[in-house]
Design a protein. Structure first.
Lengths: 331, 846
C-alpha cells in the first residue's frame, strides 16, 4: 500500500506547477506581502510533511516486507519513543516558532501607514466598501476594492447580518466579518493587477456567488480614481441614458440604491454612483456591460437565486435597454 | 477430557443436567415481532450498527450527488437551495448519525464479549438510547426529501441560523433532532463507562484490559464532558429562535462567537471521540495479524488518555480566522501541534508491532484496511500539523484544503478501521464470514477512489476554492481538479457498493460462525453466544487465549465462574474497577416493551415539538416519562435473593447499594454530565459579560433583587438537603414503615420548588425580561437550568415516595433512594453556586 505515495506527491507537485500560476484567486501565486510570507511557509510545510511521510512509508514498508534482521530493529519501544515522541516534539517546536514569527509579522493593524482607511461590510450577498480618505471624506462603493500599490492599507471588516469572511488569497489570509465586531486586516500589495476575492464563511443562500475583484493601482492612478469616485454621478448626455435615469428614479430603484447627485438615496443595496466603472456586476457574478445589467434586472433571481433584489419584469425591452445604458454609463 | 477433574479451575465438570438449557432459556431472544422488546446489547447492538451504516450509505449518496454537481463549472444539476441542504445533512449525518453511533454500537456489541460479561450493566438504557436514535435519526434524515432540511452547515453558526435569517422549521429540525440524539449518545456513554470499569472478568486488571476497552472508556468519558457543551448551545439557540432570548444577537449584547466556542468545545473532542475507538480497534487487529502482543501497550494507553485530555484544549483552532488575539492563537496553535504526538506514538506502535510479527504480517482484508488507514491517516495527521500553523490556516481555513484534511482524518481514521472491523469481527454477528477475495476488490476500489477524490482537493483549496459552494466559475482553473475528485468519489462509491453486495450475499445474522478464524488472543474469540461465554474466565494476561492453554474448552464446558443462571434471571459478575476482584452478581432486566415505547414517545415529543404540535408533543412527553418509570420499577429488587455461589468457593451477594453499586456509579457519571453542562453555562455567562459588560446589572439592566431574595432561596435549598439527610437516617428496617420518610422527601422537593419560585419571583419583580438583552437571557437561563433539575427531582422524588408506599424502600433496599439523594445534593450544590454567580458576580464587579 505504500508504493503509491511518491507518485502521488510528484503528481501533486506537477499540478501545482501547471495550474498554480493561472489563478486570480490562488494562494500559491501571491502578490501581497502577507500572502507571500504564507506562501513560503506553505512550501516549507509541504516539503517537511512530504519528507516525514516518505520516511514513515519506508519504515512501514521495512516493517512489512523487510528482512528478519531489519524488522527486529524496528520491533520495540525504541521506535515508538524515537519516531513517535521525540522526533515530533523537536520538529514541531521549531515549526511552531516559525509559525508564530510569521504570525507576528502580518495581520492586525501593524504597519499600516497613512490615513487611508477602508471599511468593508459583509452584506447578504455583496460587499459594501467605504473609503475614508486623508481629509476625512467618506466614499462608498460596492463589490470591488481598489488599493494603492506599495503601501500597507488598513481594512476594517464587519458584517451587517450574518458571518462572512473576507478572503483575497493572492493578497492575504482570510479574516471573518462578524456582526458586532470589527476585525482589522492590513493589505500590502506589491504589484499592480487584478486579483479575486470570495466570501469564505458560509453565509446561506448564494454564498457561492459572493465574490469581488481587488484592483491594485499605482499610487497616482489610485488617487485619481478615488477623486473621481468621490464625485457625484455623471449626468446623462442624451437619450437612451436620460430615459434610463427617468425609469430608474420612477421605478423606485432609489429606495434601495444610491446614485449620488440624484434623488436615489437608498442604503439597503449597493451604491450605484459609479457602477459602470466596476470590474463586474452582482458581486463578481456577471461581467460589467449593458447586456448584463438587463439580464440582472430581469433574471436576477435566476442568475443568483435568493438574492435580496426582487426580479423586475415590469420593463419593456426598450425600457430595459435604456435603463441598462444609463447604469452602464455611470462611470 | 470431559470427565477429567481440573482441580485448579473454579468449577468442576460435568455440569448438572439442564444447566446450559436454563442459561439459554434465560437469555433467549424474543421471537417474531417481539424482537423489538429485546434489550440484550449484543442483539440490539446489531440494529445500532446496521442503522448507523445505513446513514453512512445515505449520506454517501448525498456526497456523490454533490460531487456530480461540482464536476464541472457553472453546473446546474443541483440547485442552490437543495445543495445547501445537502451539505448540511451530509455533514450532520456523518458526524452525529453515523460516526458516533457506529463506534458506540461497536462498543456495546463488542465489549460484552471482550470482557466476557453476560451483558453490560444497563441493557434497557441501551435499548432506549438505540431506539430513540433510530427513530429520531430517520425522521431527521428524511427532511431532505421534502425540502425541510436545515441549510446552515453542520455547525449551524448563528446569526445565519437565527429566526431572522432562517425562518422555516428547517433549523429547528437540526436543533431538536440533534439535541436528543446527543442525549442518546450520553446514555450509551453511561453504559460504556460503567461497563468497562465494573463488568470485567475476574483478574482482568486495568493493566490487562484490551486496548479497545480502554479507548471506549476514554471515548465515553469524553462524551460526558464534550456533549453537554453542545447540548447547552442547542438549547440556547432553540430558545433564541423560539422565544427571542438574545444569546447570540450582537445588537442586544449577545455574541455569535459564543456559539462557536461552545460548538467547538464539543466539536473538536468529537473528532477524537470518533478516532479513539477506531484506533482501539486497530490496536486489537494489528497484534492478531502479527501474531504477537502489541508493542508499547502502556505507551498507547498513555497516548489515548493524553489525546482525550489535549482534545479539550484545541477548540479555538477552528476559530483562528475570527480575529481573536495573537496570544490565544499561539497557545491554541501549540496545543494543536502537541496533539500530533500521541497520534505519532500510536502510529509507530502499530508499525513496531507489524515489524515484530512472528514470520510476516498477515495480509488479509482487515490488514489491508488497516494499512490503508495508516497511509491515509498519516497524511491527514500531517496536513493537521499544517493547519495548526495559524498563518497557513488563514489561507486554507474553510477551503477545500480543509475538506481534504478532515476527510483524510475522519475517513482514514474511522471509516477504514470500521471496514477492517466489519471483515475482522464479522463472526460476532453473522454465521458467515465476508469474502476475502471480494474484500480485496472492495479495499482497492475504496483506497484508490478515496485518494483520487480527496488528494486533489488539497490543491483545489490552495488555488482558492472555498468549501460549501454549490457552483464555481470556469475561469478560475478548478475544473480539472474537481472532475478528478468526482471520478474518484464514484470509484470510492463503487467500492462501498461492492461491499454492500458482499454483505447481502454473505451476511446471515446469528451465531455459529467460525470460531476464532484469525487465531486472535482476546476473550471475544472464546466460544460465545448472546450471553457471551458459558462461564466467565479468570484472566491472567492481556491475550488470555494465547497464554492460557485450553481456555476455550474450559470456558465452554463451564469450568470457570458463573456457568449457570443461579438467580433464575439474567446476571453477570461485577468486579472492582481497578484490580477486577469479584464483588457481587448484578441481576439484569430482560426483554420489555417499556424502553421501546419510551423511546418512541421521546422521539415523538421532540419531533412534534419541532413542527409546533405542542399539545400532542406534551402528551407524548408524559407517556415517555411514564414508560421510563414502568421500565425502572422492577429494577431495584432488593436483597431478597441471597448470595449465590459462582464457583471456586466464591459466594457473592446479588444486591448492592452504596458506592459499590453499579447504579451509584451511573448516577455519578450523570452528575459529571450535569456538572459539565453547568460549567458550560458558567463559561457562557462570563463570556457574554466580557463581550457586553454594558448590558449587565445594574448599569444596563435593572438592579438585582435585594439580598433577602437569594438568601431565602439558599435557605430553602439547605433546608431541603437537611430533610433528605434526615430521611436517609430515618429509613426503616425491612418490613417496617415510618411515615416521616415520605413526608421528609415530599417537603424536600417542595423546598426545591420553592427555592426556584423565590429566585424567579425576585428577578421578575425587578422588571428584568429575558428578551431585553443577553444579561436578562443569561439570568433566566440559569433559572431554566435550575428548573430542569427541579423537574427531574419532582418526578424522582415522587417515584421514591411511591416506592416507599409500595413497600419497596427500606434501610437495605435503597438504591432508588440513594440515587435520588445524590441527585438532590448535587442539585442543591449547583443551585447554591448559581445563586452566588447570579447575585454575587454583578455586585462584585460593580
Amino acid at each position: 500500500m505504500r508504493r503509491g505515495s511518491p507518485q502521488w506527491l510528484a503528481a501533486g507537485t506537477a499540478l501545482v506547477l501547471v495550474s498554480g500560476c493561472a489563478g486570480v484567486q490562488s494562494a500559491l501565486d501571491p502578490t501581497g506581502a502577507e500572502a507571500a510570507r504564507i506562501n513560503t511557509l506553505s512550501w516549507v510545510l509541504i516539503l517537511f510533511c512530504t519528507a516525514v511521510f516518505i520516511v514513515t512509508a519506508i519504515i512501514a514498508a521495512v516493517a512489512l516486507f523487510g528482512s528478519e534482521r531489519w524488522r527486529r530493529r524496528l520491533a520495540g519501544d525504541r521506535l515508538v519513543v524515537g519516531a513517535g515522541l521525540i522526533f515530533p516534539a523537536v520538529t514541531l517546536t521549531f515549526l511552531l516558532a516559525y509559525g508564530i514569527i510569521v504570525l507576528g509579522m502580518g495581520g492586525g493593524s501593524a504597519g499600516a501607514s497613512g490615513s487611508l482607511r477602508i471599511s468593508v461590510v459583509g452584506e447578504r450577498w455583496w460587499w459594501r466598501v467605504i473609503y475614508h480618505d486623508e481629509n476625512g471624506h467618506r466614499v462608498e462603493n460596492a463589490n470591488e476594492l481598489r488599493l494603492p500599490v506599495g503601501r500597507p492599507v488598513r481594512i476594517d471588516l464587519t458584517s451587517a447580518d450574518v458571518i462572512h469572511s473576507f478572503w483575497v488569497p493572492k493578497l492575504a489570509g482570510k479574516l471573518d466579518m462578524i456582526p458586532g465586531r470589527v476585525n482589522t486586516l492590513t493589505l500590502n500589495v506589491h504589484q499592480p493587477g487584478v486579483s479575486r476575492g470570495q466570501c469564505a464563511e458560509y453565509c446561506g443562500g448564494p454564498h457561492a456567488l459572493m465574490s469581488f475583484f481587488v484592483i491594485a493601482m499605482p499610487e497616482e492612478d489610485f488617487s485619481a480614481w478615488l477623486a473621481n469616485e468621490a464625485k457625484q454621478a455623471k449626468e446623462p448626455m442624451g437619450n437612451p441614458e436620460t430615459r434610463g435615469r427617468e425609469l430608474f428614479l420612477a421605478s423606485g430603484c432609489g429606495a434601495c440604491h444610491t446614485v449620488r447627485g440624484t434623488t436615489a438615496n437608498g442604503t439597503i443595496g449597493p451604491d450605484l454612483t459609479h457602477v459602470g466603472s466596476r470590474h463586474s456586476l452582482a458581486a463578481a457574478t456577471l461581467p460589467n456591460n449593458a447586456d448584463a445589467f438587463a439580464r440582472w434586472i430581469r433574471d436576477g433571481q435566476h442568475i443568483k437565486p435568493e438574492n435580496l433584489m426582487p426580479a423586475y419584469r415590469i420593463f419593456t425591452d426598450e425600457e430595459l435597454a435604456s435603463l441598462s445604458s444609463y447604469l452602464a454609463h455611470l462611470r | 477430557m470431559e470427565n477429567e477433574r481440573r482441580l485448579d479451575l473454579p468449577n468442576q465438570t460435568p455440569r448438572p443436567e439442564g444447566e446450559l438449557e436454563e442459561l439459554e432459556r434465560v437469555w433467549a431472544t424474543p421471537r417474531g415481532w417481539r424482537i423489538v422488546t429485546t434489550v440484550n446489547n449484543t442483539e440490539i447492538g446489531l440494529l445500532y450498527i446496521g442503522i448507523a451504516f445505513l446513514f453512512f450509505l445515505m449520506a454517501g449518496v448525498l456526497a456523490l450527488l454533490m460531487r456530480t454537481q461540482l464536476a464541472t463549472s457553472d453546473n446546474d444539476f443541483i440547485g442552490q437551495e437543495l445543495y445547501n441542504q445537502m451539505f448540511t445533512v451530509h455533514g450532520t449525518t456523518m458526524m452525529f448519525l453515523f460516526a458516533v453511533p457506529a463506534v458506540e454500537a461497536l462498543g456495546v456489541m463488542l465489549l460484552p464479549q471482550m470482557l466476557a460479561a453476560r451483558d453490560l450493566p444497563f441493557p434497557r438504557l441501551s435499548a432506549f438510547a438505540i431506539w430513540a436514535y433510530v427513530i429520531g435519526g430517520l425522521v431527521f434524515f428524511s427532511t431532505i426529501l421534502y425540502d425541510l432540511a436545515p441549510a446552515g452547515g453542520w455547525f449551524m453558526y448563528p446569526p445565519l441560523t437565527l429566526k431572522e435569517y432562517s425562518p422555516g422549521d428547517n433549523a429547528d429540525f437540526w436543533l431538536l433532532g440533534i439535541g436528543f440524539i446527543e442525549i442518546s449518545a450520553i446514555a450509551g456513554a453511561v453504559e460504556i463507562v460503567v461497563g468497562a470499569l465494573r463488568t470485567r472478568p475476574p483478574g482482568m486488571t486495568l493493566a490487562k484490559m484490551p486496548i479497545f476497552a480502554w479507548s471506549m472508556l476514554i471515548f465515553a468519558s469524553m462524551i460526558m464532558f464534550a456533549f453537554p457543551a453542545v447540548i447547552l448551545a442547542t438549547m440556547m439557540l432553540e430558545i433564541e429562535r423560539s422565544f427571542g432570548w438574545p444569546f447570540f444577537t450582537a445588537a442586544k449584547g449577545g455574541d455569535s462567537l459564543l456559539w462557536q466556542h461552545l460548538f467547538w468545545f464539543f466539536g473538536h473532542p468529537e473528532v477524537y471521540i470518533i478516532f479513539l475507538p477506531a484506533a482501539g480497534l486497530v490496536s486489537m487487529m494489528v497484534p492478531t495479524m502479527a501474531r504477537t502482543p502489541l508493542v508499547g501497550y502502556r505507551l498507547i494507553v498513555i497516548a489515548l488518555i493524553a489525546t482525550g485530555f489535549f482534545s479539550f484544549g484545541l477548540w479555538v483552532h477552528h476559530m483562528f480566522t475570527t480575529g481573536i488575539p495573537a496570544l490565544s492563537l499561539a497557545f491554541f496553535s501549540a496545543a494543536s501541534m502537541a496533539v500530533a504526538i500521541p497520534s505519532g506514538i500510536q502510529v509507530f506502535s502499530w508499525i513496531a508491532t507489524i515489524a515484530a510479527s512472528r514470520e510476516k504480517f498477515r495480509i488479509t482484508t482487515p490488514s489491508l484496511f488497516i494499512l490503508g488507514f495508516l497511509f491515509i491517516f498519516t497524511i491527514g495527521g500531517l496536513t493537521g500539523v499544517m493547519v495548526a500553523m495559524v498563518p497557513f490556516d488563514f489561507q486554507v481555513h474553510d477551503t477545500y484544503f480543509v475538506v481534504a484534511h478532515f476527510h483524510y482524518v475522519l475517513v482514514g481514521g474511522m471509516v477504514f478501521p470500521l471496514f477492517a472491523t466489519f471483515y475482522y469481527w464479522m463472526p460476532m454477528a453473522s454465521r458467515n464470514m465476508l469474502s476475502e477475495r471480494l474484500g480485496r476488490w472492495v479495499f482497492w476500489l475504496m483506497f484508490a477512489g478515496f485518494n483520487i477524490a480527496f488528494f486533489p482537493m488539497h490543491l483545489t483549496g490552495l488555488l482558492g476554492m472555498p468549501r460549501r459552494v454549490w457552483t464555481y466559475p470556469g475561469e478560475l482553473g478548478w475544473d480539472t481538479l474537481n472532475m478528478i475528485s468526482t471520478i474518484g468519489s464514484y470509484i470510492l462509491g463503487a467500492g462501498v457498493l461492492l461491499f454492500v453486495i458482499d454483505l447481502i450475499r454473505r451476511f446471515r445474522p446469528g451465531r455459529g460462525g467460525p470460531e476464532n478464524p484469525w487465531q486472535a488472543g482476546t476473550l471475544e474469540w472464546l466460544p460465545n453466544d448472546v450471553y457471551s461465554t458459558r462461564s466467565i474466565p479468570l484472566v491472567t494476561s492481556r491475550e488470555p487465549i494465547w497464554d492460557q492453554p485450553n481456555l476455550a474448552d474450559d470456558v465452554r464446558e463451564g469450568r470457570y465462574y458463573l456457568p449457570n443462571a443461579p438467580t433464575g434471571g439474567r446476571e453477570t459478575i461485577v468486579t472492582s474497577p481497578i484490580d477486577a476482584k469479584p464483588q457481587y452478581v448484578i441481576r439484569m432486566p430482560g426483554s420489555a416493551w417499556s424502553p421501546f415505547l419510551a423511546a418512541i414517545f421521546t422521539a415523538a415529543f421532540f419531533l412534534l415539538l419541532t413542527v409546533k404540535f405542542v399539545t400532542i408533543a406534551l402528551v407524548c412527553g408524559v407517556l415517555a416519562i411514564a414508560f421510563c418509570l414502568v421500565w425502572t420499577w422492577p429494577l431495584d429488587h432488593g436483597p431478597s435473593r441471597g448470595p449465590v455461589d459462582i464457583g471456586g468457593g466464591i459466594s457473592l451477594p446479588t444486591y448492592m447499594s452504596g458506592p459499590t453499586s453499579h447504579s451509584w456509579w451511573a448516577m455519578v457519571v450523570l452528575m459529571f454530565v450535569a456538572g459539565s453542562l453547568y460549567l458550560s453555562y458558567v463559561f457562557s455567562y462570563l463570556f457574554l459579560w466580557t463581550v457586553s459588560p454594558e448590558v449587565w446589572s445594574p448599569t444596563g439592566s435593572p438592579a438585582l433583587p435585594g439580598l433577602p431574595w437569594p438568601a431565602a432561596s439558599a435557605l430553602l435549598l439547605l433546608a431541603g438537603s437537611a430533610l433528605i439527610f434526615l430521611a436517609d437516617r430515618l429509613l426503616p428496617q425491612p418490613g417496617k414503615g415510618r411515615v416521616a420518610v415520605p413526608v421528609a422527601i415530599f417537603l424536600a422537593v417542595a423546598c426545591l420548588v420553592g427555592s426556584l419560585g423565590v429566585e424567579l419571583a425576585g428577578h421578575l419583580r425587578t422588571g428584568l425580561a429575558p428578551t431585553a438583552n443577553s444579561y436578562g437571557a443569561m439570568v433566566y437561563m440559569a433559572a431554566a437550568l435550575f428548573g430542569q433539575m427541579v423537574f427531574t427531582l419532582v418526578i424522582f422524588g415522587g417515584y421514591t415516595i411511591a416506592r416507599y408506599v409500595a413497600g419497596k424502600l427500606d434501610r437495605e433496599r435503597r438504591v432508588t433512594f440513594d440515587n435520588m439523594r445524590l441527585l438532590y445534593y448535587y442539585t442543591a450544590a449547583q443551585s447554591l453556586f448559581g445563586l452566588m454567580l447570579i447575585h454575587g458576580f454583578p455586585r462584585l464587579v460593580n
